[in-house]
Design a protein around this ligand. Structure first.
Ligand code: FE
Length: 493
């Protein structure tokens, strides 16, 4: 493990170490105590780390086509008084239960997984399997396992037992889309809130923007709800908030559903960059903000493709949005094996800052880093506000595309950065910045990250000091968690 910035040059990792993380999770553990292999768990770290991601990737010798098609499995590590306990559970979705019973895949996947039997067995089967694998957040007395194309699954926050599909007290229609990327307003207008959206796509797309109370007896109550329609097909995975705006970036993509209908491709594989297309920013006024009730603003966005945003904030008449841009839509073709993917042939994600001048309508962009990155966040108390620091997962080498092996703290003002690296045999997931209770500064706290340990063929939980990325503790989990997606921290009450 190193703390020094690594030199540019060729990647130094073993592809077999990286791909060894793609496996089925075969066990569900309950309250297993974790002892640090190195260091000590900070005594002030009180709460639960929840992570979601694909836990089932193969059935009866048949592999998913893309790990994003794997069934959601929640990992929870509970911290109290310098001790940690581990629990993991699959989300009991209807599809997971049926496929467990059958011992084989019964559904197609959005990212190209086919049922056994070739195109004939897949054509015209347009059912969606809600796999609940993308994110997990606390709302009121439940944990929500999120998958953006349909309703959330409600789980017990302690036991991780699946309570069932939830329509949030009748708020959602059966099968209604509910984003896997809620944003947590730290209190721009007094009380904190969860802001999220659902999108219905077509030649015209409709965004439903919802805000929920997150604290006290009101937690989970709907605070506001508005719908806005826009011209064009919408592919929206993430968004960003400021005190007054919800910021969406509509990538210039086209959707041709024919190969999906005919059973040749998953729906997600039918997205393509639209030649000559123009990406758009859609800015929707928040009902809690100064422009409540006004119409959205639509502005041209820079070329490129964005899954994730870092943050957004307001600067006078401008809205500033920091996002991870790809030069093109990255996808895995029908004949490719995701475990043998050539990283050199896939565009890398690069962090850019876009300034949208609402008075003049101009948009300008600057690159914040040349290093391949994903899964970036600011201190949660700076969500929607200007922030000094960001934490993100990055590649080990300074340029080019590679698996994510290191964690970077970036000073967004000076450009100074620090690196903690798990290379050559470790592979990081999304780092979560957890503020210290009563924190003195924006980088006062810890970074928690689940790391695939290629040497052990299992997962480590790494705790770093958020300010200097010094290693505080490494917990070697008795569990092998495949490369995952998003997670959250819930502080102890
Ligand atoms: Fe995401």
């Amino acid at each position: 493990m190193t703390c020094a910035p690594s030199p540019a040059g060729r990647a130094a990792y073993d592809a077999a170490d990286w791909s060894s993380a793609f496996r089925n999770v075969e066990e569900e553990l309950s309250d297993v105590p974790l002892e640090p292999a190195r260091g000590a768990i900070p005594a002030e770290l009180e709460g639960t780390l929840y992570r979601n991601g694909p836990g089932r990737l193969e059935r009866a010798g048949h592999w998913v086509h893309h790990p994003f098609d794997g069934d959601g499995m929640i990992t929870a590590v509970r911290f109290s008084a310098g001790r940690a306990r581990l629990r993991n559970r699959f989300v009991r979705t209807q599809g997971w239960l049926a496929e467990e019973a059958a011992g084989r895949f019964l559904y197609r996947g959005v990212f190209g997984t086919r049922k056994p039997g070739g195109p004939l067995a897949n054509a015209f089967d347009l059912r969606l399997k809600n796999i609940a694998n993308t994110h997990v957040v606390r709302l009121g007395d439940q944990l929500l396992a999120l998958w953006e194309a349909a309703e959330p699954h409600a789980l017990d926050p302690e036991t991780l037992e699946t309570r069932g599909l939830t329509r949030l007290n009748g708020l959602l229609q059966p099968g209604e889309a509910f984003s896997a990327h809620p944003r947590f307003d730290p209190g721009h207008h007094g009380a904190p809130a969860m802001v999220t959206f659902g999108v219905r796509t077509g030649p015209r797309s409709t965004i439903r923007l919802m805000e929920f109370a997150t604290e006290g007896p009101e937690a989970g109550r709907l605070l506001s709800d508005r719908r806005d329609s826009f011209t064009g097909f919408a592919f929206l995975h993430d968004f960003a908030i400021t005190p007054n705006w919800a910021v969406f970036l509509q990538n210039a993509v086209a959707f041709n559903p024919l190969p999906f209908v005919l059973g040749r491709k998953g729906a997600g594989q039918c997205l393509r960059s639209q030649p000559g297309g123009r990406a758009k920013f859609w800015l929707i006024p928040r009902d809690s903000g100064a422009f409540a009730g006004s119409s959205p603003r639509v502005l041209d966005a820079p070329d490129g493709f964005v899954f994730h945003h870092l943050n957004a904030w307001e600067d006078g008449d401008a809205v500033v949005v920091e996002s991870i841009y790809y030069s093109d839509f990255p996808s895995i073709g029908p004949d490719q094996d995701f475990r043998a993917v050539n990283f050199d042939l896939i565009p890398e994600g690069l962090l850019e800052r876009c300034r949208i001048d609402l008075a003049g309508g101009e948009v300008s962009t600057m690159r914040l880093s040349e290093r391949c990155c994903e899964f970036a966040m600011v201190n949660p108390s700076r969500e929607g506000l200007p922030s000094r620091y960001a934490w993100m997962a990055v590649a080990e080498r300074e340029t080019g595309n590679d698996p994510l092996q290191a964690i970077k703290k970036l000073d967004l003002v000076s450009g100074e950065r620090r690196i903690w690296s798990a290379a050559p045999r470790g592979f990081v997931s999304e780092p979560l910045m957890v503020p210290r209770p009563g924190a003195a500064g924006e980088d006062d706290g810890w970074v928690l990250c689940l790391v695939w340990n290629g040497a052990r063929r299992a997962s480590d939980l790494v705790i770093l000091d958020a300010a200097d990325l010094r290693e505080q503790a490494v917990l070697e989990l008795p569990l092998a968690v495949p490369h995952g997606l998003h997670g959250s921290w819930v502080a102890a009450p």
